[in-house]
Write a protein that binds this ligand. Structure first.
Ligand code: NAP
Ligand code: X1H
Length: 332
């Protein structure tokens, strides 16, 4: 499969000057892949179009002005619409050099960057604050937990299994809650009667309602997503909180949305930090390659759909990634 915007210049051997041309070794799966594929993300993008947001791989060709920053053979992680492809064209500004094209780095450009930028810009994190992270053992949740711990906060994380809860413990989460064995609302009411100061919320629906209920006075809830709604025909969660204005007013609480694409000006500096933290082992970048899924590891573009299913069956721990074969023609 070649991207449908694969440039004619490539075929003539003349890459455009400010792009680079990586061959992906791994591509990343995001919850919003299904929103993008459903045409909700950008209604101006008409079918047929390629899906996928990100990859990690080695540069196989370069435009002239990109060659000041990158070299053929170099490993890069990048974001690019249509990333589920055998080759991609990436504007130089959307790629970051990494020490090797390993899947851990794939957790950085969307999942980790979302947690890093949103919590830094909007979270108001301070030592001792109580932070609730929903879907905490997933691609982006794992980073919200770690960044909140680095800010010396007390972190509560929700997840759906004891294995995920054990993973959350391992990355420093103070109070993992497996919602299949403990009702989240009850735990929060009993153990955090003063409420939680910050919520990193990405599930929506009833989980959003519980989180609003649990907010402390002057608490902040960051709307990162609402995955419980993405499989509905409209992609929207039912609005259940009719009492939202009064709930917020009574606690001087606030709710703010965050969409990574609106913070691209911060992305480059953020990526430099994140790559360094990941390379030095200062940040756990857990990836799920599907080894425990029914049909085994996600290998090849044809396994992207299994990887998406794995996530929507709530089976993943960490960032879901798909490995692509090395080119038979390339020595890379
Ligand atoms: P993920 O967390 O790796 O996987 C999704 C997880 O959500 C599942 O593992 C599951 O964890 C949990 N979940 C809870 N209810 C679910 C339901 N009804 N259906 C499916 N999963 C459910 O996925 P991700 O790609 O990192 O995305 C997580 C959230 O962050 C999404 O809402 C996504 O849209 C959002 N996001 C937002 C931005 C932004 O710019 N705002 C950027 C990236 C991601 P448990 O089994 O533990 O419940
Ligand atoms: C211009 O701002 C946006 C924001 C969100 C444009 C599109 C979206 C979008 O499609 C998303 C989205 C993007 C990223 C993400 O991690 C989660 C989501 S959820 C979502 C959406 C879902 C259903 C809709 O009806 C509208 C948007």
């Amino acid at each position: 499969m070649l991207s449908n915007w694969f440039p004619v210049e490539w075929n003539s051997g003349l890459p455009t000057c400010s792009h680079l041309y990586p061959k992906p070794r791994f591509v990343g799966v995001n919850a919003s892949d299904i929103n993008y594929s459903a045409g909700r993300y950008d209604p101006s993008v008409k079918t047929p179009f390629d899906a996928g947001f990100e990859g990690v791989g080695e540069v196989v060709a370069l435009g002239l002005s990109a060659s000041a920053q990158y070299a053929v053979g170099q490993a890069v992680v990048y974001t690019a619409p249509g990333a589920f492809a055998e080759y991609v064209v990436v504007p130089a500004g959307m790629a970051t050099p990494v020490p090797a094209a390993t899947p851990e780095y794939l957790a950085l450009p969307v999942s980790a960057a979302t947690a890093y930028i949103s919590l830094r810009e909007l979270g108001g994190l301070q030592e001792g604050k109580k932070v609730l992270v929903t879907a905490a053992a997933g691609g982006t949740g794992q980073f919200a937990v770690q960044f909140a711990k680095k800010a010396k906060c007390h972190v509560i994380g929700t997840c759906s299994s004891d294995e995920k809860a054990a993973f959350l413990k391992s990355i420093g989460c103070d109070r993992p809650i497996n919602y299949h064995s403990e009702p989240v609302g009850t735990v929060l009411a009993q153990e955090y009667p003063g409420g939680v100061d910050v919520v990193y919320e990405s599930v929506g629906g009833a989980v959003f309602d519980e989180a609003v209920k649990a907010l402390a006075v002057r608490g902040r809830l960051l709307v990162i997503g609402f995955i419980s709604g993405y499989q509905t025909p409209t992609g929207l969660s039912p609005v259940t909180t009719k009492a939202l204005p009064v709930s917020l007013l009574r606690k001087s609480a606030s709710i703010q949305g965050f969409f990574l694409n609106h913070y691209l000006s911060e992305h480059r500096a953020c990526m430099e930090q994140l790559v360094q933290m990941c390379a030095s082992g200062d940040l756990v970048c857990q990836v799920d390659r599907g080894g425990l899924s029914a049909e085994g590891r996600f290998e090849g573009l044809e396994s992207v759909f299994r990887a998406v299913d794995h996530m929507y069956l709530r089976k993943n721990t960490g960032k879901v990634v798909v490995e692509l074969p090395r080119s038979v023609h390339s020595k890379l």
